[in-house]
Ligand binder design. Structure first.
Ligand code: DX5
Ligand code: ZN
Length: 215
């Protein structure tokens, strides 16, 4: 199974966003992770549609949009139009997960469901065959730079056993060491923010996150 790295621009220098996007591209990173926070579902507010459209205009990177917003059904079509390639929303944020997933699938974008650390993996079971990706949060959503929660790995194992071919993404506290733990549990899509953006050599850091080897 192919492994991917998705660089979370929550840790990027916002005043130099274009240079940061070029740095991601030059580092051989496959995806740009775009965290949308509404101050309601999570206790933070990040950025939204205009910034996503601006990024879409300057890059061909896969734009991986992580919606941490309440009732995402209201905004999914607009994030799709603004240039998202993959959209994930939280089961905890949607009153009707199935209807929300239908709206997402109709956009033609890759569809993903996300769960917070306290949400059991089994919540995703009814939807697995409609998903392109499952996102297992490895920190409480809301902020970059938090510590990886090891207990979430059991959920990655459960999902990997149930869905051998599904892309499983982990997000939060991912660095070279925790990425190795997550890959071992079955994750193949690794989001990383503070570790990648603070690295002196982003390509090397991305390689370590992706496969654990520097060549
Ligand atoms: C947290 C976000 C993450 C965050 C990851 O709510 O979903 O994508 O940016 O950042 P690090 O890698 O610093 O934990
Ligand atoms: Zn995220």
């Amino acid at each position: 199974m192919k492994n991917y790295v998705s660089a979370s621009i929550l840790s990027a220098d916002m005043l130099r966003l274009e240079q940061e996007v070029r740095r991601i591209e030059k580092s051989g990173i496959e995806m740009l992770h775009f965290d949308v926070m509404d101050g309601v579902f999570v206790n933070n507010i990040s950025y939204g549609l205009p910034i996503l459209s601006a990024i879409r205009k300057i890059t061909d990177l896969t734009l991986d949009v992580h919606l941490m917003i309440t009732e995402p059904i209201r905004y999914i079509p607009r994030f799709a139009e603004a240039g998202a390639d993959i959209i994930s929303f939280h089961t905890e944020a949607a009153e009707d997960v199935s209807a929300t997933l239908d709206v997402l699938r109709k956009t033609g974008k890759k569809s993903a469901l996300a769960i917070k650390p306290g949400t059991p993996a089994e919540v995703l079971f009814p939807y697995l065959d409609q998903l392109d990706m499952a996102l297992v949060m490895t920190v409480e959503p809301g902020f970059g730079g938090q510590r990886f929660i090891h207990e979430t790995m059991e959920k990655v194992r459960i999902l990997r056993e149930k869905a051998p071919l599904l892309d499983i993404q982990v997000d939060g506290g991912i660095n070279a060491e925790t990425a190795a733990i997550a890959r071992e549990a079955g994750a193949n899509n690794l989001v990383s923010g503070s570790y990648l953006f603070s690295a002196e050599d982003m390509s090397l850091a991305a390689q370590l996150v992706r496969t654990g080897s520097s060549c």
